[in-house]
Design a protein. Structure first.
Length: 202
């Protein structure tokens, strides 16, 4: 058997968070095994190692959130959530976060969703939690620059103040002024709006 065949499988990097009732705060860990199982109802599966503190918190509360990391997400996120224990350390301290349904998620992400555990499967080292998606938050606004060409304004770049919900700033059909700040190798376009608003710092 040649295990190198697994290298050809596609993976993402995610931060799975759960509420630590003992500490009264959220904790989390990195994961690379998250997948959508069904669309209606929306369910996902996430694999979490038994030794992770996050695993115990999910078992206890029956709820977890997933922050989908981007290629541009800070490497410190992976170092903190992948190599430190949340048993005696607040992993979310120092990061730009928001609370969604009582759980902390990272703003430096492509998006996030919250799940309630509906089923689980045990392996020798991991538990695969099957979660029903109860909340999905877009991380920004998609803007059509020209027919067939779209870009994304991250929620942190929509305004010069903290934006809790995308729809608080823009609605579908709105025409807004944006500027291109990056074009990624895969062709995705990052946009910004806040520097072009009247209240922008000069």
């Amino acid at each position: 058997m040649d295990p190198t065949v697994f290298f050809d499988m596609s993976y993402g990097v995610y931060v799975v968070s759960a509420y630590d009732e003992e500490k009264g705060r959220s904790t989390g860990c990195t994961a690379n095994s998250v997948m959508q199982v069904t669309a209606e109802p929306a369910t996902v599966a996430v694999s979490v190692n038994h030794v992770n503190h996050t695993h115990a918190c999910i078992e206890k509360t029956g709820k977890f959130a997933v922050s989908i990391l981007a290629e541009s997400s800070k490497p410190l996120i992976i170092g903190t959530f992948g190599f430190r224990s949340g048993r005696d350390f607040d992993k979310f301290a120092g990061f730009d976060t928001r609370e969604v349904d009582g759980l902390q998620v990272l703003n430096d992400a492509c998006g996030y969703f919250v799940c309630e555990v509906v089923q689980k499967m045990e392996t020798e080292t991991h538990t695969v939690f099957l979660g029903k998606v109860v909340n999905i938050l877009p991380i920004g606004a998609q803007v059509e620059l020209k027919p067939g060409k779209k870009g994304l304004v991250h929620i942190s770049r929509l305004a010069n103040h903290r934006v809790e919900k995308v729809e608080d700033e823009v609605q579908i059909g709105d025409e807004i002024l944006v500027r291109v700040i990056a074009i990624k190798p895969d062709g995705k376009i990052d946009l910004t709006r806040k520097e072009l608003l009247p209240d922008a710092k000069k």
